[in-house]
Design a protein around this ligand. Structure first.
Ligand code: SF4
Length: 444
């Protein structure tokens, strides 16, 4: 674990010219390629790979970025083995094409070469406000700008990029990649107003009066509380805040400490591996169910194990224990067991007399994310437990002037909570807005 202390460099250094060319030449350039169907943004994967094989890196990057405005980020964070690489026909023969690494190779070339790929459309006189500058908001902004709309993006944080900028550990997604993608959108004339909170600095009425349509793409919020005693102790952290802080520089919050991360999703894995790289002495993930029910991807699980993260399954936190100075010294848990299935999920029961204490001096909560209910109510939108209700075809909300996409509608059966799915929804919502305004002959 010590070798990883303070190492926030990207895990993988990228393909060389030689390895990229060799890998590109392995592709069969399939007709009706299943890898395209498996990509939520439908990137023409054989086309971009063929262009790498013929050393046309600009053309390759254009194919990627045309379909996915955050294609450089997705090259790093997409669960490729679940998507394009999982569908590659070569899985049955040898090993799939390393599509993610090839996508990174082409987009890295683009980032280091000042090449203009897209232009703003001729101004059509219509104005769109987008709330949130994460992958969904950025993708919508780019497509709307290309269609000739005047787009203003409102971002509550100091920097644009949302989840990609603040919420994914820098050794998986460096901030300069996200900054570059933001710049590509700004180059099309999109205005990004950072540090502006809707409902405080700018009111919904002002947006509705000033813009032809509004798109809500704010993602999700902080980690909810555990509901156990001791959450206010010194040494208890929110995983989202913890990762965000690590991206601004190495945090000393867990230096030399024994850390318990509660939860077993991808954010929990990020918090755990980030703790390792922030100098934690020991890191344990505590989860009330088993490895079979964890929501983290298998490759994330493997990555955490390689980092030396330990896993305590079937353990439910009951209390965070503090010392006389209010500092965390332990996590009291109870053992759990799985019971009969109900609604496709095993029931959970506490095992009698199974209480135990894990000796820790830091606890990181990573049990999901809250919804932006306050903002949704300020906008006056119908929602179901914080998930904005939308028409699945058009992504239109209960207010006909307001659309929504990305994680803020995740949970209504639409899309997945992934960066690439958010990017596609951003595109979809842009086209839906354009379709409506065009059909209504509001655009010449
Ligand atoms: Fe190439 Fe595999 Fe896609 Fe076929 S399925 S085009 S071999 S990446």
């Amino acid at each position: 674990m010590k070798a990883l202390d303070k190492n926030f460099e990207e895990i993988f250094g990228g393909l060389t010219n030689y390895t990229a060319t060799v890998e590109a030449n392995r592709c069969l350039y399939c007709y009706d390629a299943p890898c395209i169907t498996a990509c939520p943004t439908s990137i023409n994967i054989p086309s971009f790979i063929k262009k790498i094989a013929s050393n046309n890196l600009k053309g390759s990057a254009k194919v990627i970025m045309e379909s996915n405005p955050v294609g450089a980020s997705c090259a790093r964070v997409c669960p490729t083995i679940e998507l394009c690489e999982g569908a590659c026909v070569l899985n049955s023969e040898e090993k799939p094409i390393q599509i993610g690494h090839l996508q990174r190779y082409a987009t890295d070339w683009l980032r280091s070469n000042d090449v203009e790929l897209f232009k703003a459309g001729s101004a059509n006189g219509k104005k769109i406000a987008i709330i949130g500058s994460g992958p969904a908001g950025l993708s919508a902004a780019r497509e709307l700008a290309r269609l000739g709309y005047a787009v203003t993006v409102y971002e509550a944080s100091e920097k644009a990029g949302g989840l990609n900028y603040y919420g994914i550990v820098s050794f998986r997604l460096p901030q300069d990649v996200v900054e570059w993608e933001v710049q590509q959108v700004e180059k099309l004339g999109v205005t990004i107003r950072t540090g502006v909170k809707i409902g405080q600095d700018v009111l919904a009425e002002e947006l509705l009066a000033s813009y032809d349509r509004i798109l809500v793409a704010v993602g999700m919020g902080k980690v909810p509380t555990l509901g156990v005693e001791g959450e206010d102790l010194d040494g208890v952290y929110d995983a989202i805040d913890f990762v965000k802080e690590s991206k601004a520089g190495v945090t000393d919050k867990v230096l030399g400490k024994k850390v318990a991360v509660i939860g077993a999703g991808n954010t929990a894995i990020d918090a755990a591996t980030c703790s390792v790289r922030s100098g934690a002495e020991r890191v344990q993930i505590v989860y009330r169910r088993t490895v079979n029910e964890m929501t983290a991807y298998p490759f994330e699980y493997d990555f955490a194990k390689q980092d030396g993260v330990e896993f305590r399954w079937l353990s439910l936190p009951k209390q965070i224990i503090g010392d006389e100075n209010g500092k965390v010294v332990g996590l009291q848990c109870v053992g759990m067991e799985l019971g009969e299935e109900e609604d496709g999920k095993a029931t959970l029961h506490e095992v009698p007399n199974s209480e135990f204490v894990i000796e820790v001096d830091a606890v990181i909560r990573a049990i999901g994310q809250t919804k932006h209910v306050e903002l949704i109510q300020h906008l006056g939108l119908d929602h179901t437990r914080g998930v904005i209700d939308v028409d699945m075809e058009t992504l239109k909300t209960s207010n006909p002037k307001i659309y929504a996409c990305g994680d803020v509608i995740f949970g209504n059966g639409y899309g997945e909570a992934t960066v690439v799915s958010a990017a596609q929804q951003g595109k979809d919502s842009a086209y839906a807005i354009h379709q409506e305004l065009s059909v209504n002959s509001e655009i010449a």
